[in-house]
Design a protein around this ligand. Structure first.
Ligand code: C5P
Length: 294
């Protein structure tokens, strides 16, 4: 028997970052949105732990396949939580850019927790799953919850928001990934540049208000580490996006557009400017959920 769970990429519509805490993490006030790029995680029973990763369109060079792999760490953590000496075979089909600031690793961890909970018929409570998720990474709980949600603490405290809008994003990945800790360290190197502003109440904002509300305190740090990303940002604006936003700690850039046709127009103009590998996504979408029992 095998079970497949699908988990979405996330973006941060607003990312307010405070001064580094004694534990090395930064206090966040963020508005998360789950968007329609997905990783599928398939688990099946096995005597030894193993993980494999395939993708039709994502560069997999930066994905570790040893004990550092976050899906494997998630599986082991769940077994340990229940005092079980069990293993599983884990396969990840990646659609989320790796090291792109879209929480692809977090999606894999969330999906693995849910898939193994079902495979092993553990009936772990939602509270316990969310606590295990938080132990694996700051945005793993959000990958379970999905939709649009406020994130506080280091990002792991997730409060779902009412959001009946549906928005379109043009997603421009970068050929080279960016390390999240490196971006936060660069943020610390220029103190005082955080906005210090709380995330606004997101519910009920119209499209024009959304275009003005998008912001990311990590953008300056990411651009200092990767000045070339300014070209991507400017190209998205020139191609007709209504607002341009760095995704999380980057390097993926996002263009907000009104509808599907506008998204395709922006993609075509980017291609004409020599920027390929661009995707289209909508948000919000559901958090990690079972898509197949075989
Ligand atoms: O929680 P996660 O493992 O995803 O975090 C990866 C790294 O990103 C942390 O080790 C830390 O350097 C940085 N981080 C941070 N503040 C946060 C979230 C992440 O400094 N709120």
């Amino acid at each position: 028997m095998s079970i497949t769970v699908r988990a979405p990429a996330k973006i941060n519509l607003v990312l307010s970052v405070g001064s580094v805490r004694p534990d090395g993490f930064h206090p966040l006030d963020t508005i998360y949105q789950a968007v329609s790029l997905y990783d599928d995680v398939t688990v099946s029973a096995a005597d030894e732990w193993s993980v494999s990763v395939t993708s039709a369109d994502v560069d997999l060079d930066d994905v570790p396949l040893d004990g550092r792999n976050i899906a494997l760490r998630a599986g082991r953590l769940l077994a340990e939580h229940h005092g079980l000496d069990r293993a599983a075979q884990v396969h990840v089909t990646k659609g989320i850019p790796v090291a792109g600031g879209m929480a692809g690793g977090s999606a894999d961890a969330a999906a693995t927790l849910i898939a193994l909970d079902r495979l092993w018929e553990l009936e772990t409570s939602d509270d316990d799953l969310l606590a295990l998720a938080a132990g694996l990474g700051s945005d793993v709980p959000f990958a379970m919850v999905g939709g649009t949600a406020r994130g506080t603490g280091r990002g792991e405290v997730v409060t779902p928001l009412d959001d009946d809008s549906s928005v379109w994003w043009v997603v421009v990945p970068s050929a080279q990934g960016l390390s999240t800790p490196a971006v936060y360290a660069e943020f610390d190197a220029a103190p005082g540049i955080g906005s210090g502003r709380a995330a606004p109440d997101w519910s009920g904002l119209g499209y024009e208000q959304v275009t003005r509300a998008l912001r990311n305190d990590l953008e300056g740090a990411a651009l200092r580490l990767r000045p070339d990303l300014a070209e991507t940002r400017d190209a998205l604006g020139a191609a007709g996006a209504d607002a341009v936003l760095l995704s999380g700690s980057g390097p993926t850039y996002l263009g907000l557009v009104r509808d599907r046709d506008a998204a395709h127009d922006v993609v075509a103009r980017l291609a004409a400017a020599g920027i390929d590998g661009v995707r289209i996504a909508t948000g919000p979408v559901a958090g990690a959920h079972v898509v197949e029992y075989v």
